[in-house]
Write a protein that binds this ligand. Structure first.
Ligand code: C2E
Ligand code: MG
Ligand code: MG
Ligand code: MG
Length: 281
């Protein structure tokens, strides 16, 4: 895009654009070494059942600590990794690490729960995804029912026919599926009923203002009812206050996830959290 400067001549990059693309390039190069240098790790955020208050799952969220750039947020580096194709190797590492961790937890006697893993559009479109998922589970020795893959509406709606076929195959193998950030994309209701999805994740943007925005309350209630009529469960994302929790519980939301319970935690802290959860029923 051409930008017109104040002197009425043209330049292709403003200094701001230049530093933005320079950072992208730097990060893209750094991503290449990130995996081999062990700069990535996963944090796990508890997912709490609103029926009994127990932890019923965790969501794996990637963290990148670069020696020079420091902590880089996934919202910044995932899109770069998607553009460069590096997301395939990173996504494979995430899947393997998460699945191996859950197997280790189960072996150590942790109460059975579900491991949720975010998928990228690029992974979802890749023809080897099903094989990769099944191979990863098999190598780790984890039964498929402990794994949930998070898709977005855009991923499912991009090519609904292909998406439905893949979802059916994953479902047949026992892998659970959920739709992340539900309500922010656009999915057609006539397709939604064909998606083999067990859970809708209500986006945090609707949860945030439950207290003082009646439209958001109406949307959250509608999503919970829609899910329930389609035989799907709901989990609310970004729950931070007791008021939000009370409303969600009243509306029949199944699960919640957010800072009110816990931020995403490194392995040892998640284990400590799990112990306190079982100590206080
Ligand atoms: P997401 O999957 O929707 O994850 C939820 C985000 O909300 C996470 O941000 C989480 O740390 C944050 N969060 C959780 N509870 C609260 C809360 O109570 N309040 C607020 N304000 N935020 C909360 P995070 O970890 O920065 O991840 C951002 C996004 O990056 C994720 O959104 C997901 O789309 C993507 N992402 C993270 N890890 C992976 C991964 O391993 N693979 C892929 N493909 N994408 C990932
Ligand atoms: Mg997610
Ligand atoms: Mg989300
Ligand atoms: Mg997301």
């Amino acid at each position: 895009r051409i930008k017109r400067s104040s002197h009425n001549n043209f330049c292709f990059f403003t200094p701001e654009m230049q530093s933005h693309s320079a950072r992208r390039l730097q990060l893209s190069n750094a991503l290449y070494f990130g995996l081999t240098r062990g700069e990535f790790l996963l944090h796990y955020q508890p997912q709490i059942s609103l029926q009994d208050g127990h932890m019923v799952g965790v969501e794996a969220l990637i963290r990148w600590q670069h020696p020079e750039f420091g902590a880089v947020a996934p919202s910044e580096f995932i899109p770069i990794a998607e553009d460069s194709g590096q997301i395939l190797a990173i996504g494979e590492w995430v899947l393997r690490t998460a699945v191996t961790q859950m197997k280790a937890w189960l072996d150590a006697g942790m109460k059975p729960m579900v491991m949720s893993v975010n998928l990228s559009t690029v992974q979802f479109r890749h023809p080897d995804l099903l094989a990769l998922v099944m191979q990863t589970l098999q190598m780790a020795g984890l039964p498929a029912q402990y794994l949930e893959l998070e898709l977005t509406e855009a991923m499912a709606m991009d090519n609904p026919t292909a998406a439905i076929a893949l979802m059916n195959q994953l479902h047949e193998q026992g892998v659970r599926l959920s739709i992340d950030d539900f309500g922010t994309g656009y999915s057609s209701l006539s397709y939604l009923k064909k998606f083999k999805v067990s859970k809708l994740k209500i986006d945090q943007s609707f949860v945030r203002d439950i207290g003082d925005d009646k439209d958001d309350r109406a949307i959250v209630t509608a999503v919970i009812n829609l899910a329930s009529s389609l035989g799907m469960q709901t989990i609310a994302e970004g729950v931070e206050t007791p008021g939000q929790l009370a409303f969600l519980r009243l509306q029949g939301c199944d699960e919640a996830q957010g800072y009110y319970f816990s931020k995403p935690l490194p392995v040892d802290q998640l284990e400590a959290f799990a112990k306190t959860m079982t100590a206080v029923p």
